[in-house]
Unconditional design. Sequence first.
Length: 353
Amino acid sequence: MKFHLAINLERMSPETDMKAVRDHTLEMVKMADEAGFEIAWAAEHHAIEMTIAPNPFQMLTWWGEHTSSIRLGVGVVNAAYWHPINLAGEAALLDLLSDGRLEFGIGSGAYQREFDRMKPGLDQRDSWRYMQEMLPVVQKLWEGDYAHDGEFWQFPTATSCPKPVQERVPVWVAARAPITFDYAVEHGCNIMSWPLTMPMAEAETYRQRLDDAVAKHGKGFDGTWALMRHSAVYETSEDREEALRSIRHVLAQFGNLMMKKGEVVNGFPEEVPLEELDGNARVDPAMLEENLLFGDPETVTEKLRAYEALGVDAFIYYASMGMDMEQQKRSLRLFIDKVMPAFADAKEMAHAG
C-alpha cells in the first residue's frame, strides 16, 4: 500500500496568520516528499477560509518547485466551473513545469452553497454530467486539434497549449456513487474515495461497488483505488484530546456547508450545533476515534492493515482538520517514523516511481 498526503490552506479563525498557513502546507508536503509519499493532493474550493484553494494548479506548481519526487495531484477540479480549453492548458502547464508529475483528478463538487455562487442554477446532484463530458474533451485537447459541440461546451478547432510532458497523464475520479465507479472502470480511471466519518462498513460498500462495476463491464480494473481519511497519530492524552476537539469543530463547520445551515461570514462558516449532527453518531468522539485514522502508532498501523486487506492500493492521509499546526507536524512525523516502516515496500516503491 502506498501513501498520499492531502492538505489544504486551512484558516480556522481571522486571527490565524495567512503566511503561517502558507508556510505550514509546504513544510508538510516537503516532509511527505522526503519520506517517500507518492502523491500530494490539493483541492479546489472557493470563498471558504477552511479550504483556501481557488486554483489547485497554482498550489501544486509551488509545491513542485520545492520537492523532488512526490507527484502532484489535483484532488479534484470541479468540471462545472471550468472551460475545457482553460482546464487542459492549466493542467498541461503544471505537468510541464513539474517535469511530468501531474496526477489529474476531476469530480463533481460537494457544496451546493459553492455551486450557488460559482455555477448558479446548477444542482450539485447533476454536476456529474459536466464531469463526464469534460474529461474526454480535455484528453482530446491534450492530443492535438479538436472541435467540440457538446451539451455544455461548444468551440471550434483548438488544442491544449502547452501539451503534457507525460505521454499518458494519470486520471482520477472522486467516487462514492455506483454510477461513478461504473464510469471509472469503463474509462480506465483511478479512483479516490472518501468515507467521511462513516465506519469501516462504508469503505466496504465502496469496495463492493468497485467489484460490481468490474463485473458489469466484463473487464479487469488495473487502476489504483485510493481511500482518504482524516488522520491524527498521537502518543499523549493532550494530543488525543486536541485531535478530537479539532475534528468536531471542523465537522460543525462542514455540516453548515453540507446542510446549508447557518451563515458563512467573511469566508468563515458558522458552526452547526453538534446536536443537530448527532443523529447518525458522526460526531460522537468514541465513534470518530474508531472510524477515522486516529490513534497511537500501533492502532493506526492495525487500521491500515484492515484497509490493505480490503484491497485499498493507496491511503490518503488527510491532514487538514483544524488541528494546531505544530501538532499536525508531530502527527505526520509519528506516521513517517513509526507507521510507515511497517509498510516499507510502499516507501520503496514510491521512491522507485
